[in-house]
Write a protein that binds this ligand. Structure first.
Ligand code: F6P
Length: 657
């Protein structure tokens, strides 16, 4: 057994470490060591131990557990031992992949694709979803090594912990149970000793009742008219997931639902364009019910509703025209929305994983009916079961996750393109952007240790063929960007020739990336010498192809679940917490500081202070510019404008400086 530093791989025999830890001559250090001995092997060291620990560490790999040998800054001889998970990059499985990379770099997809047996083993199917990853830069040996990495990372156990409702989101002390949102009524999924499935279905039943009433006109607005339009306010996970599903199913007509996410007044204007208060239902979707953008938009729309309908009874107009989806029912009530018209979910559902809760179910059921929501949940659950139970080598989300780790961490590809050959999937990439980048965009391990490797990747995408006429140039001849091509066998529309044309591109692009075009081929075509470098395609660019039988609520659910679990797999392998999002907090709190200053400058004429030169200059420029604005039609300015507060009135007359 060897001790080795995490960054460098120099190693010290374990006996030496033991000797180091027992050889301290300073009494105080001995006392400290004694006090921490009970913390040895504990994942969370005591405060005393925490203070005692220093960043300069030696580590001892013992299976999955690492014993960190930490040196005290004042008492360098003193050494404490705490238990931490080994960084995956320190394991033999990771090193074996690193060594294997040299071999793969000598291959070309052009040759790998000639091997029929190899390709056969790389086309997998589950419940109608076909995934072909033969155009990834892998051999069967690579796959074996990736599966060994999964074993080393205890992937199976981590998946089990997620489904068991353990608090795997350690920094927020929460379970991660979005899978419970799609579980059938009879299933049992426990969180803190309680089966949560009945709670899920209680809310789903309430959603069905309410949305049926709105759709069949039983639920009417204050003037007695049925509600024919819905504005769903929300941002991040309270917007992107529902928008993705809503767009995927758009050929099915229903109540008109539009989204309002951005705090930009232009977005408010677009959302309200053509709507009448007396026939509009506003759904405020926010897990926390504190998100600044959402709450400002909610206040703006409350003012919009009550200005037209609330002359007699404000609470009544709000109760008929505003509902909420949140985990924070107390704030919903304080806002003025009747708790009877609120749809709950739970803190074991992460925002970006919440589309299967009331967050997505309410707007979707309003638009397409509850049956569609149910099919969507069934599709997601089909993949959930597969992820939970299928062996790793047959498990689609696991394989996709491992291949992405291979591309990111070993081939150094920092981006991934999501390219559905299906217009209705135009919001898949923006949704997966949040699911993946908010989940895996982390720089430290779940134990808080700085990662010596990159985690996460930059996701982007557009539907084919639009993307082809935009950024594919870079993908073909510039940087290497692994691509997901997603195709549909039966289009939602029956114009066969258009769909065939679309799918021709789906097949062609994957091969163009893999094979490229050689100088020899170009010469044979008579291409002049000076153009040959420009027209050469190196090929050998990885992609995977996914084929769905059709795009409906069920397959949309499958697709969602495949991507969610792929992202979880990557996080589990990288050893990070894929379920928190501390990285979004700093910007939010700085915006609060700016907001305070902006208010003070506007209302009390106080000078902008406490910022750097750049921010101060631009902020002053903004404030000055704003005071010089003349709004020709004051009624076009939304009641709250940018900053709430009665003393902050938007100027309607030009003020000279
Ligand atoms: O962007 C940060 C975030 O917390 C996301 O994780 C979340 O989806 C979004 O804000 C919206 O949060 P809420 O649903 O609480 O309004």
């Amino acid at each position: 057994m060897l001790l080795h530093t995490p960054a460098a791989s120099s190693s010290v025999p374990v006996a030496t470490a033991a000797a180091v830890s027992s050889s301290t001559s300073q009494e105080s250090c001995h006392r400290l060591l004694a006090s921490v001995s009970s913390s040895v092997f504990s994942a969370s060291p005591s405060p005393v131990l925490r203070r005692f620990l220093n960043t300069q560490q030696l580590s001892l790999g013992v299976g999955q557990q690492h014993l960190r040998i930490a040196h005290h800054p004042v008492c360098p001889m003193a050494t404490a031992v705490v238990s931490k998970s080994a960084l995956i990059s320190e394991t033999p499985a990771w090193n074996s992949l690193k060594n294997h990379l040299g071999h793969i770099n000598k291959t070309h997809l052009r040759d790998l694709l000639k091997d029929k047996e190899r390709c056969e083993g790389m086309i997998k199917e589950y419940d109608g979803v076909v995934v072909d990853f033969s155009r990834q830069r892998v051999t069967h040996e690579t796959l074996e090594k990736l599966l060994a990495l999964a074993k080393e990372a205890k992937l199976k156990e981590k998946i089990e912990s997620m489904f068991n409702g353990e608090h795997i989101n350690k920094t927020e002390g929460r379970a991660v149970l979005h899978v419970a949102l799609r579980a059938p009524r009879y299933e049992q999924i426990s969180c803190d000793g309680k089966n949560v499935v009945p709670d899920v279905w209680e809310v789903l039943d309430k959603i069905k009742d309410f949305t049926d009433c709105v759709r069949n006109g039983t639920w009417v607005g204050v003037t007695g008219k049925p509600l024919t339009d819905v504005v769903a306010i929300g941002i991040g996970g309270s917007f992107l997931g529902p928008l993705f599903v809503h767009t995927a199913l758009q050929t099915v007509m229903g109540v008109g639902v539009c989204s309002l996410s951005n705090v930009d007044p232009v977005d408010v204007a677009c959302a309200l364009n053509g709507l009448e208060q007396e026939t509009t239902l506003v759904v405020v979707v926010s897990k926390t019910f504190t998100t600044a953008e959402t709450m400002l938009n909610a206040r703006t729309l409350r003012a919009w509703i009550t200005s037209a309908l609330g002359q007699v009874d404000v609470p009544f107009s709000v109760s008929k025209h505003m509902i909420a989806v949140s985990t924070n029912l107390k704030l919903v009530k304080e806002f003025g929305i009747d708790p009877a018209n609120a749809f709950a979910f739970w803190d074991w559902v992460g925002g970006r994983y919440s589309v299967c809760s009331a967050v997505g179910a309410v707007p979707l059921a309003l638009q397409y009916g509850f049956e569609t929501v149910q099919k969507f949940l069934e599709g997601a659950w089909s993949i959930d079961k597969h992820y939970h139970n299928a062996p790793l080598e047959e498990n689609l989300p696991v394989l996709l996750g491992l291949l992405t780790v291979w591309n990111v961490s070993f081939h150094g590809c920092s981006a991934m393109a999501i390219l559905p050959y299906c217009q209705a999937l135009q919001k898949l990439a923006p949704h997966i952007q949040q699911v993946s980048m908010e989940s895996n965009g982390k720089g430290v391990s779940i134990d808080g240790e700085t990662l010596p490797y990159e985690a996460g990747e930059i996701d982007f995408g557009e539907p084919g063929t639009n993307g082809q006429h935009s950024f594919y140039q870079l993908i073909h001849q510039g940087r290497v960007v692994p691509c997901d091509f997603i195709g549909i066998i039966k289009s939602q529309q029956s114009i066969v020739s258009n769909h065939d044309e679309l799918m021709c591109n789906f097949f062609a692009q994957a091969d163009a990336l893999a094979y490229g075009k050689t100088r020899e081929e170009l010469r044979a075509e008579g291409v002049p010498d000076y153009l040959i470098p420009h027209k050469t395609f190196t090929g050998n660019r990885p992609s995977l192809s996914m084929l769905l039988p059709t795009l409906d609520a069920y397959t949309t659910g499958q697709l969602l679940s495949i991507y969610e679990h792929r992202v979880a797999t990557m996080g589990f392998i990288w050893g990070i917490n894929s379920f928190d999002q501390w990285g979004v907090e700093l910007g939010k709190s700085l915006a609060t500081r700016v907001r305070t200053q902006m208010n003070a400058a506007r209302t009390k004429g106080e000078p902008v202070q406490g910022f750097n030169y750049s921010t101060t200059t631009l902020l002053n420029r903004y404030l000055k510019g704003k005071t010089q604005l003349l709004y020709p039609e004051p009624h076009d300015v939304f009641p709250s404008d940018i900053i709430p507060g009665t003393d902050n009135v938007v100027p309607t007359e030009k003020v000279e400086q």
